[in-house]
Each structure stands twice: as structure tokens, then as C-alpha cells.
Design a protein. Structure first.
Length: 299
């Protein structure tokens, strides 16, 4: 065999070896954008009676009003998904000692917004003896606050982590299809709720002064109170996790030798716990499809 033929043969062996090696990448990582259809919120309304606020019933009685009247009412509507949903993953591939093809850890951070309205008791109609209520829209733009990643309503953020056991279902050389399942942990910010409003009222330090200003129909006091509610939602850190499970179907494509590939992962998310302590998850749903598409790097 001459030198030229030997070189061609050696190059062919090298390309074949690299192709086999890269088809069984040991470790890899990826970044992706997500299209999250799993999160939704029902339009909802609720009330906070005087009995839920320390001194609230006595305050209304002092005004000659029924002590079980609503001090506050609120409404949520217009759930809207933003384009902000990014994440990444790391994985270990080709594990010979267990009957799976890969272990993957991934995450997504997403943002949503919705509309909120607060009704508060603003006075007494002395002709009828009934209370009067005023409304204030709740939102970053309405409160003159800086938008949150371009969103001007009430923000809602969720960060979740997934651990997935994957198995290759079909190998079409350049394109491979995977299936899998695993566990998830979801961390979310508060939703406008009775519990959150009660916490804000309790943090004012002087409940009687707040109620006096509101029942005197003081616009400045109402706006300041509404701003505190919006700030509580915006600034609150992600709460304790709601755990759940997920099912995965995905596809990935990568040329031999080149360590960069693309992937699409579709997950059906199934959270089992409550997303929000204060509201006990009322009106918020996390069951549904999450679709991620991204770029991977493997070695």
C-alpha cells in the first residue's frame, strides 16, 4: 500500500472514529427558548371582609355600618404570556450501567402579566346608610412604576427545574428521537390574592389610620396603598417549590464530528403541589405543554 493510499485509509478511519464518538457524546449542555402553554389563570374575584382585618369590624361599627361588610374586593383578568421564557440544560449521555440513555437537568424562567383591580370602601352614603366603594387599577404602568421586562401589568414569574431520565426511541442517523419522564420543582412569585392584600395591610403599621383615609375617600392614600400591593407582587422573591412530574418527547439533530447541534423538547408538565401559599393556588393552573427549542454543545 503506497503512502497516498495509506493516508486516505487513515483519514477514513479517523472520520469514522469521530463519527462514532460524537454520536455517543458523554456530556453536553444547551440553551433554549421556551413556548410555555402550561401556565394559565382564570379570571377571578374575591373579597376581604372586615372580620379578616384586626379592628376592621369595630371600625365599621363605629361608622354605623354592618360589621360584616367587605372592606376590599379585587379582580384578576386578562392573563397574557410574554416572550420572556428562556432556559438551559446539562446532560450526561451513554450511561452503560443503567437502562437509560441519558440523565438531563434543565430549567426555564418565564414571565406573564395580568390585570388587577382593587375596590376599597371609600365612604358612606348617608341617604341610604350603605357603604360606597371606589376602584383603583393595579399595575406597574397604572402606578407610574417602571415596566418589568417591557410588561406594564401585574407581573407573574415562574422558575422551574426538571430532572429527566431519557431513552432513545428512534435513530435516523443525523436526527434522533427521545422519550423520557422525570420530576419537576416550580418556584413562582405571588398572585394578587386576599392573603397578599392582608399582608400588605398588616405591614402598614397603623390599620386604623389606613381605614380612616380610605373611608374618607382620600385618593392619595388609595394610590399609595395600591402601589404597596403592586410592589409586594413585583419585589417578592420566588416562593417555596411546588413539586410535580413531566413526560418528555424530543428530537435532536447533529452532524458527525461537529459538536454543535439543535434540539426540540416537548414536555407535558404535571405539578402536584400548590403554586402560591397565600392563594392556595386558586385560579392558577400549571398543567400543560412546554415546548423548548435550542442549541446544544456536546463532547
Amino acid at each position: 500500500m503506497n503512502t497516498k493510499k495509506t493516508s486516505i485509509f487513515a483519514a477514513a478511519l479517523l472520520i469514522t472514529a469521530l463519527a462514532v464518538t460524537t454520536s455517543h457524546a458523554l456530556v453536553g449542555a444547551g440553551i433554549h427558548w421556551g413556548f410555555d402553554l402550561s401556565m394559565s389563570m382564570d379570571d377571578d374575584s374575591d373579597r376581604i371582609g372586615a372580620g379578616a382585618i384586626p379592628g376592621g369590624a369595630a371600625f365599621l361599627s363605629g361608622l354605623g355600618l354592618n360589621s360584616d361588610l367587605d372592606l376590599f374586593r379585587f379582580h384578576r383578568s386578562g392573563w397574557d404570556r410574554s416572550v420572556i421564557n428562556f432556559g438551559g440544560k446539562v446532560y450526561i449521555d451513554f450511561i452503560p450501567v443503567i437502562p437509560i440513555d441519558a440523565i438531563e437537568i434543565s430549567c426555564n424562567f418565564g414571565l406573564w402579566q395580568y390585570n388587577g383591580v382593587l375596590e376599597y370602601i371609600s365612604g358612606v352614603d348617608f341617604e341610604t346608610g350603605n357603604p360606597t366603594y371606589s376602584k383603583i387599577p393595579l399595575g406597574l404602568e397604572q402606578m407610574g412604576m417602571k415596566s418589568y421586562f417591557g410588561m406594564g401589568g401585574l407581573p407573574y414569574a415562574k422558575l422551574h427545574f426538571d430532572v429527566t431520565l431519557k431513552r432513545q426511541l428512534l435513530n435516523l442517523w443525523l436526527i434522533k428521537f427521545d422519550g423520557g419522564m422525570g420530576m419537576s420543582a416550580h418556584f413562582a412569585t405571588p398572585l394578587l390574592s386576599a392573603g397578599l392584600i392582608e399582608d400588605v395591610i398588616g405591614s402598614t403599621g397603623n390599620i386604623g389610620e389606613l381605614l380612616t383615609a380610605l373611608t374618607a375617600n382620600d385618593p392619595a392614600a388609595a394610590t399609595a396603598f395600591g402601589k404597596e400591593i403592586v410592589e409586594e407582587i413585583r419585589d417578592n422573591t420566588l416562593g417555596r417549590p411546588a413539586f410535580g412530574a413531566h413526560i418528555l418527547l424530543g428530537a435532536r439533530a447533529k452532524l458527525p464530528v461537529i459538536p454543535i447541534g439543535i434540539y426540540v423538547d416537548g414536555k407535558f408538565m404535571m405539578p402536584f403541589g400548590k403554586f402560591i401559599d397565600k392563594d392556595e393556588g386558586k385560579g392558577i393552573n400549571g398543567w400543560g405543554i412546554l415546548l423548548n427549542t435550542g442549541i446544544s454543545l456536546s463532547i
